[in-house]
Design a protein around this ligand. Structure first.
Ligand code: FAD
Ligand code: UDP
Length: 384
């Protein structure tokens, strides 16, 4: 009945499903354990009519024309330049740290002098990871680096990862470099948007195809089994393609131990005020136990709504307990090694593909994930 089974209805699963159904004429079953589609991009109105992102703020940002074009088939966009500020003492300073920030934290003459130095050293418009900036031999540049390290990265990273910036993969802190320009935007991509009516309607349209069936509230463990190189679906051998976007250790009962992840506790609050912080995202980089507060009306274009809803994010180490969600792979050699051990187990199964942030134990943005899904679907169709 189904040629292809996809586990997970996040961006990875949804894009793969649509492409294979539409262009490959495959009958696709999407299995999703949550009671909704969209994975971590899922959004919905709260009881006050404010559109919230249930798993933290999601902004679709990309330079990739193919991805933008593909997703644009399923949504209009609300485009904006996403800006983030950090609360440092009484000040709200732009993050990534840039030349505007420099002028907010140093008096004018010094800021001018340091700004010129940064431009001479790295070139206007360049983006320098904090861990690189700290290596600069010039004491002036090191002073800036030290300010940024102490006031933007250290506490936030300790909260988010339970480790210092120098202890985690440079790839992670490198996502938010020091920017040698007056651009306050968080991302540099050409397109920075949220779907005009929300992410969930975009996913609904993507999955709305006569050859796609979606089973929510279904854990793949309840319908799929793996034994001696064979995959079974509801007790019968399944010989089609299986694309798995969940956590790989769970699939094999965590037999080598759990893959480590960081998780987040999202605490929402509705307030009867027009605005709580006047910004979509404020990072708490030197104080508090939470990392950031998102005020959704400034993210989704609902600026004129009555009242406001905010969410605070409290990071913690994922333990696998009921109800916890693994959000971030921890990019360390030992964890990658453990990941490879699990991945090796999948190699016995023909037509079995790992795709997604969890299944690949990687740190992907939405656009990268969508692109990988399009490419996997292309490969599967080419192999027919
Ligand atoms: P997911 O969205 O996690 O989807 C996987 C799905 O598989 C889930 O719905 C899960 O329930 C399901 N599943 C897992 N196991 C099973 C099982 N056994 N049976 C059935 N179903 C199962 N990216 C951006 O580009 N911009 C942002 O602003 C941004 N902000 C983020 C903020 C936070 C707090 C987080 C955590 C991530 C953010 N991301 C952002 C990253 C983005 O969420 C991911 O790139 C994207 O969701 C990955 O999609 P995915 O399909 O791989 O995984
Ligand atoms: N980071 C930080 N302070 C900030 C913003 C980011 O220390 O104000 C660090 C932190 O370690 C974080 C990483 O940079 O995990 C990447 O930030 P990004 O916003 O890309 O994280 P996301 O939540 O999107 O994964």
């Amino acid at each position: 009945m189904f040629d292809t089974i996809i586990v997970g209805a996040g961006i990875a699963g949804a894009v793969t499903a649509r492409k294979l159904a539409e262009e490959g004429n495959r009958n696709v079953l999407v299995i999703e354990r949550r009671n909704h589609i969209g994975g971590n991009c899922y959004d919905c109105p709260d009881e006050h009519g404010i559109l919230i992102h249930a798993y933290g703020p999601h902004i679709f940002h990309t330079d990739n024309e193919r991805v933008r074009e593909y997703l644009s088939r399923f949504t209009e966009w609300y485009d904006f330049g996403h800006e983030v500020v950090a609360k440092v003492g009484e000040k709200l300073i732009p993050v990534p740290f840039n030349l505007n920030t420099l002028h907010m934290v140093y008096e004018e003459e010094k800021a001018d002098r340091l700004g010129k130095k940064l431009i001479a050293e790295y070139g206007e418009g360049s983006r320098v990871p904090i861990m690189k900036l700290r290596e600069n031999a010039d004491p002036d540049v090191r002073e800036i680096a030290e300010y940024v390290y102490q006031n933007v990265f250290l506490r936030y990273t300790m909260k988010q990862w339970g480790q210092k910036p120098e202890e985690i993969s440079p790839e992670v802190t490198g996502r938010v470099p020091v920017v040698i320009s007056y651009d306050n935007r968080y991302f540099k991509d050409k397109y920075q948007s949220v779907p005009a009516d929300g992410f969930t309607p975009m996913f609904e349209k993507m999955l709305d195809h006569e050859r796609i069936e979606v089973w929510t509230n279904t854990d793949c463990a309840d319908v799929l089994a793996f034994a001696e190189g064979k995959i079974y679906f509801q007790g019968e051998e399944f010989t089609g393609d299986l694309v798995y976007t969940g956590a790989i250790d769970e699939l094999f009962d965590c037999r080598f131990g759990r893959l480590p992840y960081r998780s987040l506790d999202f605490r929402f609050e509705h307030l009867d005020t027009d605005s709580y912080q006047g910004h979509s995202v404020v990072n708490y980089t030197v104080s508090e136990d939470f990392t950031r507060i998102t005020e959704f009306k400034f993210l989704t274009g609902q600026k004129d709504a009555d009242g406001t809803t905010i969410v605070r994010e409290y990071p913690f180490a994922y333990t696998g307990a009921e109800g916890e969600i693994p959000y971030y792979a921890i990019l360390e050699d030992a964890n990658r090694e453990l990941y490879r051990k699990y991945k090796a187990l999948t190699e016995d199964y023909k037509g079995f593909y790992l795709l997604g942030r969890l299944a690949e134990y990687q740190y992907y943005n939405i656009d990268a994930m969508a692109l990988k899904a399009l490419e996997l679907a292309d490969r599967l169709m080419a192999a027919e």
